[in-house]
Design a protein around this ligand. Structure first.
Ligand SMILES: Cc1ncc(C[n+]2csc(CCOP(=O)(O)OP(=O)(O)O)c2C)c(N)n1
Ligand SMILES: [Mg+2]
Length: 285
C-alpha cells in the first residue's frame, strides 16, 4: 500500500484512484477468466497521472482534431486502459463485466474500431510508436497543438520498427511526441537481461536524438510533474523511462515472470483480494 498521509488532496485523490483501478483490473481479468494481470498492474500510476491530470481528452472530445492522443503500444496490458476509460465514462462500466466474452467490445487486445477512446489497435508489439509518430507529424503539418503519448514495454524496445521510428521522429523534430517506457525489466516469461538486454536505454534514445528523463513509474507526483511540462526539450521528442514493478500491488506476482499470463487459484485469489482490498469476486459462469 502506498503511503498517503501528508500528500496534498489532489495527489491523495489520484492515489485512491490508482488503488481503485488496480482492484478493477484484478476483478475484470479474474471474472473474465484470463488476461495479463502483472503487465496491467505495472502501468496503473502512469495511466492515472495521464488521464486524470494531464491529457486533454474527454468522452465529449473523442472526435475533436485538437484532442491529445494516447496509444497503448503494449496492447496486452489493455485491461488497465479499459478500467480507466470506463471510469471516465468513455463507455458504460457494465461492459467491463463482459470482458473477453463473445460480442463484447473488450477483447484481450484493444480495438480502435470498437472501443470509444482507443486511438490505435495494438497487440503486435512495435507498432504503436510508428502510428503515433505519424499522428504527431500530421499535427505539425496541420499546425495543431495536441500531444501524442505512446506507452511501450521495455521488451518491446527489441522491435526494429521502434528504432526506425526513433530516427524518424527526431529527424522531423516531433516535440509533440512523447514515449513512455514501462521499464519493469521483464518481458513475458523472463527477465529482459536473460533474453535480449535493452540497456542502457537512456544512452540509446539520447543517441537517437530524443530528450530523456527517468522517473519512478509508481510515483504519481513525479509523473504528473513530468507529463505536465512536456516537451522536455523544444524541437526534440521526449522519452520517459518509467521504472516500474511488473505485478505491482499483488505481492506474489511482483517481479515473478510465470504470472505473465497465468490465473490465480482460489487461495491465491483470496490473498490478492486481501492485498488489493477487494470485497468479493463474482464466480465465473
Ligand atoms: C510482435 C510481437 N511479438 C511477440 C508478442 C508476444 N508477447 C506478448 S506480451 C510480450 C512481452 C513483451 O514484453 P514487454 O514489452 O516488456 O511487456 P511486459 O511483459 O513488461 O508487459 C510478448 C513477447 C507480441 N505481442 N507481439
Ligand atoms: Mg517489460
Amino acid at each position: 500500500m502506498i503511503e498517503k498521509s501528508g500528500a496534498p488532496d489532489k495527489i491523495n485523490q489520484l492515489l485512491s484512484k490508482a488503488e481503485a483501478i488496480r482492484r478493477s483490473i484484478f476483478k475484470i481479468i479474474c471474472e473474465g477468466g484470463g488476461g495479463h494481470i502483472p503487465a496491467s498492474l505495472s502501468i496503473v500510476e502512469i495511466l492515472v497521472a495521464l488521464y486524470y491530470e494531464c491529457l486533454k481528452i474527454t468522452p465529449e472530445t473523442i472526435g475533436s482534431p485538437d484532442r491529445d492522443r494516447f496509444i497503448l503500444s503494449k496492447g496486452h496490458a489493455c485491461v488497465s486502459l479499459y478500467a480507466v476509460l470506463a471510469d471516465l465514462g468513455f463507455f458504460d462500466k457494465s461492459e467491463l463485466g463482459r470482458f473477453g466474452r463473445r460480442g463484447s467490445i473488450l477483447g484481450g487486445h484493444p480495438d480502435m474500431l470498437k472501443i470509444p477512446g482507443v486511438e490505435a489497435s495494438t497487440g503486435a508489439l512495435g507498432h504503436g510508436l510508428p502510428f503515433g509518430a505519424g499522428i504527431a507529424l500530421a499535427g505539425k503539418m496541420d499546425n495543431r497543438d495536441y500531444k501524442v503519448i505512446v506507452l511501450m514495454g521495455d521488451g518491446e524496445c527489441q522491435e526494429g520498427s521502434v528504432w526506425e521510428t526513433a530516427m524518424f521522429a527526431s529527424a522531423h523534430k516531433l516535440d509533440n511526441l512523447c514515449v513512455i517506457i514501462d521499464y519493469n525489466r521483464f518481458q513475458a516469461m523472463d527477465a529482459l537481461d536473460n533474453i535480449i538486454p535493452v540497456s542502457p536505454l537512456a544512452d540509446k534514445w539520447s543517441a537517437f536524438g530524443w530528450q530523456v528523463k527517468e522517473a519512478d513509474g509508481h510515483n504519481i507526483t513525479e509523473l504528473t510533474e513530468i507529463f505536465s511540462s512536456l516537451p522536455i526539450h523544444p524541437l526534440k521528442p521526449s522519452l520517459i523511462i518509467a521504472n516500474t514493478i511488473k505485478g505491482k500491488g499483488v505481492s506474489f506476482m511482483e517481479n515473478v515472470p510465470i504470472w505473465h499470463y497465468r490465473m490465480p487459484n482460489e487461495e491465491e485469489m483470496r490473498t490478492a483480494c486481501e492485498e488489493l482490498q477487494i470485497e468479493e469476486l463474482k464466480k465465473q459462469e
